[in-house]
Design a protein around this ligand. Structure first.
Ligand code: 3HC
Ligand code: NAI
Length: 699
């Protein structure tokens, strides 16, 4: 039967035992093994069969690595057909997570028992898929349409007790799962319990259900910005409620196959593995072991420091939050309390929880209070001299071995580290605003940063719920260095003839959470303005790329905070409206630069902006600033609102074909400012060799 599946007997009960670490995914070997075990159990003298998994979890789904490869029999639907018709009573014994195809196996069994700590769910939508082995047909038959819509379109797992309430699980136990499941099986046999098949349960479509599906469809269309799998799921659920089970299965299979072939699913599956790869650091030395972090000092109780403090306090880690004066730190604490109060109001947290989190934060205006903390994160003003002064002081105060991190957006980690006598303890930990919400953390390795501090920052990031990505040292690190090129092209499209609305709408229709000019308005146009003031003309780049922004600021249009920027904002709804005053500034800039405006196609905007990102990304990869192309994709999807269903800028050009990407880049080089479009040598090399970005490792 192979090493991954065993068939054993516990007295009269047959036990199919699956052991395929790490998550018991339904690989070909597991499917074949279960099929063989079912065949034995069908003919031996067992009275019932329990399906049980070794290791940390029940089956966590189909083996995602097999998608896109030639199918190998038995398929999961065929296996489940056999399971559904099995002559013996079948019971799934669930611990850990029964997800996707794993939960579909459980739903096909006659009964389900779960440990109280277990979770069940159908997360396929997060991979651009839908449950492809009866999940869309069995779930509504057991739990009803509303619960099925929720579970399958959100992809979020639910705990065992909720599953019990929804009748997706029949019994919950606190411990000794395999013993309890064998006893449950014996009890069901004793009671002559029927072989309950979800496939035979009746289901009809009420008017309320129909309405619910329609409303969910409209909401999802807006929320997912063009993802197709959620709509396909709703179609399958509608079929479940209006057609016989076999017809529903057929429809589900067709939709599943369509999803699997959809580039959106390829992109989302790429992101699944990209996120997990990002946590791994290449060539970490033996002493690169993370140290445990129990206490953290955060310096600067402003926008970022406050948000970062919330992340740690929420994870149960003690924080000492420092600002220059008691008043400043109190203001920071008030903001934190206000943010948490909103979460309580929205029902996301209880008042008791936020009290406990607040108790994890100790305010102070004395840096000496950081003498014993394990890690310090500095989030003071973005000014190198101020930061150097802070680090020089920390050097004299903090205990040996403390990790000293800066949240700087642009400053040199090496210059900051040089202000201390222990540059090996210094690194960058670049959070994104709002820090308590945004999932990305760039961990920036300075020239002297030790492997220990890097490993520690990556581990701490995971602990506080961030997706951490390692970046080498350069101006803007991975994300902001690429963003300059994206922002430049957006600004240039505007002066060359487009409008703010066209640029933002083109990017939003393509999938970006928010268009580039709307993002600038949200962040505040004054931030870029002040940053440019500190740069030389050469570093500022092409004046055409910032003249409009400068004039907007000079006209008092700082973005949303002043009610106007690239747009006029409705004070009540914050809705943006195009503003003739902005177009007057644009016209003036065009005249000064001698630009005759031309008509723009949305496609040109999308291609220019995404290729500007990817071209710079390829340079980062080549320079070894990024470890892998997929890390860059993680940065953009988690830090910059890039649509996960496009898989990030690097996946975007990989899936369009690197040769096509280079052809477009060459066109831009010929037609636009060639200095802006110097093609990354890595791209031309990969096209020449027929190589892939995915195979290239930054050093
Ligand atoms: N297939 C292949 N590999 C998988 C996998 C899967 N379904 N699920 C996890 N893995 C791998 C991960 O890539 C990772 O590999 P690595 O160590 O080499 O990086 C390893 O297993 C451990 O995974 P995590 O780091 O994610 O471990 P956690 O303990 O944090 O999480 C989990 C465990 C909750 C099970 C999480 O891995 C998960 O959500 N997995 C995906 C579940 C899923 O999406 N299932 C549906 C698949 S599609 C399907 O079933 C279609 C069907 O309807 C026909
Ligand atoms: P902020 O101005 O909101 O907060 C800075 C805080 O630091 C203020 O409360 C100030 O009183 C305090 N401070 C200044 N000097 C200090 C000192 N010597 N000791 C103690 N406290 C001191 O600034 P913000 O936006 O929070 O930025 C902080 C850092 O985070 C900057 O380096 C910035 O580049 C970076 N950053 C900012 C992001 C953003 O979107 N705002 C995003 C990512 C990083």
């Amino acid at each position: 039967m192979g090493a991954t599946v065993k068939y054993e007997r516990r007295g009269p009960i047959g036990v199919i035992r699956i052991d395929n670490p790490p998550v018991n995914a339904l690989s070909h070997a597991v499917r074949s093994g279960i099929m063989e075990a079912l065949a034995i159990a069908a003919t031996d003298d067992s009275s019932a069969v329990v399906l049980f998994c070794d290791g940390r979890t029940f089956i966590a789904g189909a083996d995602i690595t097999e998608f896109g490869k030639p199918p190998q029999a038995p398929s999961l639907p065929d296996l489940l057909l056999t399971l559904d018709k099995h002559p013996k009573l079948t019971i799934a014994a669930i611990h850990g997570t029964a997800l996707g195809g794993g939960f579909e196996v459980a739903l096909t069994c006659n009964y389900r028992m779960a440990l109280a700590t277990a979770k069940v769910g159908l997360p396929e939508v997060k991979l651009g898929l839908l449950p492809g082995a009866g999940g869309t047909q069995r779930t509504p038959r057991l739990a009803g349409i509303p619960a099925a819509v929720d579970l399958i379109t959100s992809g979020n797992p639910i705990n065992a007790r909720s599953a019990l309430t929804l009748q997706l699980v029949d019994k919950v136990v606190d411990e000794n799962l395999i013993d309890a499941a064998a006893a449950y099986a014996a009890e069901l046999v004793e009671q002559k319990a029927p072989q309950r098949q979800a496939s035979t349960l009746p289901l009809s479509l009420t008017r309320e259900d129909q309405q619910l599906i329609e409303v969910a469809g409209a909401k999802l269309l807006k929320k997912t910005r063009g993802e197709r799998a959620p709509q396909r799921i709703l179609d399958c659920l509608l079929t479940a409620a209006t057609q016989p089970f076999e017809e529903g299965l057929k429809r589900e299979r067709e939709e599943f196959v369509a999803c699997l072939a959809d580039p959106q699913s390829a992109a989302l599956r790429h992101m699944f593995f990209a996120e997990r790869a990002a946590g791994k650091i290449d060539n970490l030395s033996q002493d690169g072991q993370a140290i445990s972090i129990a206490t953290v000092g955060i310096i600067g109780a402003g926008t970022m420091g406050g948000g970062i403090a919330m992340c740690f306090a929420q994870a149960g880690i003690n924080v000492t939050l420092i600002d220059m004066t008691d008043e400043a730190v109190s203001q920071g604490l008030e903001k934190i309390a206000k943010n948490w109060a909103i979460s309580v109001k929205r029902g996301r947290l209880t008042a008791a929880q936020t009290d406990a989190m607040m108790a994890n934060i100790t305010p102070s205006s004395d840096l000496n209070d950081l003498a014993e903390v394990d890690m310090v994160i500095e989030a003071v003003f973005e000014n190198l001299d101020v930061k150097k002064e802070v680090f020089a002081k920390l050097d004299g105060i903090c205990k040996h071995g403390a990790v000293l991190a800066s949240n700087t957006s642009y400053q040199s980690i090496d210059a900051i580290a040089a202000a201390t006598t222990r540059p090996e303890s210094v690194l960058g930990m670049h959070f994104f605003s709002p820090a308590n919400v945004m999932k990305l953390l760039e961990v920036v390795r300075g020239a002297a940063s030790s492997d220990t501090v890097i490993a520690t920052a990556m581990a701490v990031g995971k602990k506080i719920g961030k997706v951490s990505v390692l970046s080498g040292m350069c101006y803007g690190f991975i994300g902001n260095r690429m963003l300059r090129h994206y922002g430049r092209e957006a600004a240039l499209c505007l002066v060359e003839g487009s409008t703010p609305t066209q640029i933002d709408s083109a990017m939003e229709s393509w999938g970006m959470a928010m268009g580039p000019l709307a993002v600038s308005d949200l962040a505040g146009l004054d931030i870029g303005y002040k940053a440019r003031e500190q740069l030389t003309a050469e570093h500022k780049g092409d004046p055409a790329s910032y003249m409009v922004a400068d004039r907007l600021v000079e006209a008092g249009r700082l973005g949303q905070k002043s009610g106007a920027g690239y747009y006029q904002y409705d004070p009540e709804t914050r809705q943006r409206h195009e503003d003739s005053a902005v177009m007057a500034i644009v016209t003036e800039v065009r005249r000064e630069l001698g630009i005759t405006p031309r008509l723009f196609e949305d496609d040109e905007i999308v291609n220019r902006l995404t290729l500007a990102l990817a071209n710079e990304g390829a340079k980062l990869l080549q320079e070894g600033i990024a470890q892998r192309a997929s890390d860059i994709d993680v940065v953009y999807c988690y830090g910059y609102g890039f649509p996960r269903f496009k898989g990030g800028p690097m996946h975007t050009i990989e899936s369009m074909g690197l040769d096509k990407a280079v052809t477009l880049l060459k066109e831009f080089q010929n037609q636009l400012n060639p200095e802006h479009w110097q093609i990354a040598p890595l791209l031309t090399k990969l096209v020449a060799n027929g190589g892939q970005l995915a195979d290239h490792h930054g050093v």
